[in-house]
Design a binder for this molecule. Structure first.
Ligand SMILES: *Cc1c(COP(=O)(O)O)cnc(C)c1O
Length: 428
């Protein structure tokens, strides 16, 4: 038995893969990845695949960045783990300061956790307790329809994608979701109206800034986010911005918030935060939010994960920030983004496509538009795979969100293959 077959057999017998039905698990061969370098994944037979979605939106700096590898090894030599209870350490303390220095103005406190979902859970719990400790009886959250904030229970509660969340409805807490069916203008207007009429019962508004990623790369203009910021301030309600996907240059700026010229009260970061080396996340807060927790033990935020502030993760996250500084990563995005926008605009001329759109290092287009379980996206995925591109459409939304460091030639190849694959998927 070859190595690849052996791995597949073990996987089929024992692994429970995410978002995968048993039909798919047994019937469709996954790419068995042996190694990765830059923007490419390599399988066991040595075939390479361009990583069109940066391995689930994580590898913004590509795979195997030499500086990130070195930072991991170096940290491993002195301290791999200790708790953050009654202790602290240099990597976490320095990272907090360095993160605050590049974060939107006013975010000065950093709570560490493990992944995007936990970063959101932390923000929700902070907002909830903040309301209690500032004398507000505000226990509900306001969010956008079609939102995605992660797969843990609190994060699912503020999310609203039927294919992901409907099954779990009965175990989720009650959240007011503004419908996006009639477009984002109407949805934001609904949130603003609710802030006026029922703001005193709302602990926080939570949004993905400018792009609803998992919903199918749905984009809205920065002005709506800027207006929401003003509305939350008028109502005295906290604004949580979930930058888990959009942060670290994905939309062209370090944070999507910057494109709207706003600073939230709480901000979540993960994914690109630790450059695809280790799971790691942070929730940032303002002094004003942090100060509501001052006092004795009864006022402390009773939350913490075993790996909170893990030194390896912190060391990597520091090096990620250093790479952004030293290697002009955001400048590269500015040069590449127009090529993505152009390519998707051109794809929009293929009959059967709809709503080509792009922002920063994201390009997306809809095929047919029959929802998450539709099949045209699958056909594009299969065609791309045959052509050396690992694509994972969100239903019938085909998109790219490659490493920001993808080379110009690789980007051209990626965009050419995606366009060809879209064409093939739509052929009768
Ligand atoms: C992916 C994502 C999350 C969840 O992050 P995990 O690391 O998968 O838990 C939360 N919010 C947004 C906007 C995301 O894209």
């Amino acid at each position: 038995m070859g190595t690849r077959d052996e791995i597949l057999t073990l996987d089929r017998r024992h692994v429970w893969r995410p978002y995968t039905s048993s039909d798919d698990h047994q019937g469709r061969d996954p790419i068995v990845v042996a190694r990765a370098e830059g923007a490419r994944l390599f399988d066991h037979d040595g075939r390479s695949y361009l990583d069109a979605n940066g391995s689930w939106w994580v590898n913004n700096l590509g795979h195997g960045h030499p500086r990130l590898r070195a930072a991991l090894v170096k940290q491993l030599e002195t301290l791999a783990h200790c708790s953050m209870a009654g202790m602290t350490h240099e990597p976490a303390a320095r990272l907090a300061a360095e993160l605050v220095a590049v974060a939107p103005a006013g975010l000065t406190r950093v709570f560490f956790s493990d992944d995007g979902s936990t970063a959101v859970e932390v923000a929700l719990k902070i907002a909830f307790q903040h309301a209690l400790q500032t004398g507000r009886r505000a226990q509900r959250f306001l969010a956008l329809g079609a939102a995605y904030h992660g797969d843990t229970t609190g994060a699912m509660s503020v999310g609203r994608i039927p294919e992901f969340h409907a099954t779990f409805g009965p175990m989720l807490f009650d959240v007011v979701h503004a419908s996006v069916e009639r477009g984002f203008d109407a949805a934001f207007a609904e949130i603003e109206a609710r802030l006026v009429s029922e703001g005193s019962s709302i602990a926080a508004v939570v949004v993905e800034p400018l792009v609803q990623g998992a919903a199918g790369m749905r984009m809205y203009p920065p002005a709506l986010l800027a207006r929401l910021r003003e509305a939350t301030q008028r109502a005295g309600v906290l604004l949580i911005v979930d930058e888990v996907f959009t942060g670290y240059g994905r939309t062209g700026a370090m944070w999507a918030c910057e494109l709207a010229g706003i600073s939230p009260d709480l901000m979540c970061t993960a994914k690109g935060f630790s450059g695809g080396i280790l799971p790691f996340a942070a929730t940032l807060a303002t002094d004003a939010v942090f100060d509501a927790f001052s006092g004795d033990g009864t006022r402390a935020l009773m939350h913490g994960h075993s790996f909170c502030g893990n030194p390896l993760g912190a060391a990597i996250a520091r090096e990620v920030l250093a790479v952004y500084r030293d290697e002009g990563v955001l400048g590269e995005v500015a040069a590449k983004a127009p090529r993505i926008a152009e390519a998707f605009e051109r794809m929009g001329r293929i009959a059967g496509t709809a709503r080509p759109r792009a922002l920063g290092m994201i390009g997306a287009i809809d095929l047919g538009g029959a929802g998450y379980h539709a099949r045209l996206g699958r056909r594009a995925q299969d065609a791309a795979r045959e052509r050396g591109v690992s694509l994972r459409p969100l239903g019938d939304t085909v998109y790219v969100a490659p490493p920001l460091t993808i080379t110009g030639d690789e980007l051209d190849e990626l965009l050419r293959v995606v366009s060809e694959s879209v064409r093939i998927a739509l052929e009768r």
